[in-house]
Write a protein that binds this ligand. Structure first.
Ligand SMILES: [Zn+2]
Length: 94
């Protein structure tokens, strides 16, 4: 859980990774990928379990997802040891 390794998604060296279920556990997923906390948080902000299960169940699929790719472009320029607060992208509208 805390072996230093580059995150497979953003490819940054990070001090801590967490296991992400590429197919959510609730859907019978068994495969996990150790990804950084920033990516982990972002995945769950952007996507729900259904999407993760059906479409985004591999590192490649996530990297190809346009919104996630945009996040990756941004996070790769940031140092791995700092985490940020993921925010749900939402337009102020009323
Ligand atoms: Zn990452």
């Amino acid at each position: 859980m805390n072996e230093p390794a580059p995150c497979p998604l953003c490819e940054r060296e990070v001090p801590e990774c967490s296991d992400h279920h590429l197919v959510p556990k609730s859907c019978g997923g068994r495969r996990t990928e150790a990804i950084c906390l920033d990516c982990h948080r972002m995945i769950h902000v952007l996507f729900d379990n259904k999407q993760l299960e059906c479409e985004l169940n591999s590192v490649e699929a996530l990297q190809a997802e346009p919104r996630f790719a945009r996040y990756l472009d941004w996070i790769r320029k940031r140092p791995g040891e700092r985490s940020f607060r993921a925010r749900r992208p939402r337009r102020p509208r009323r």
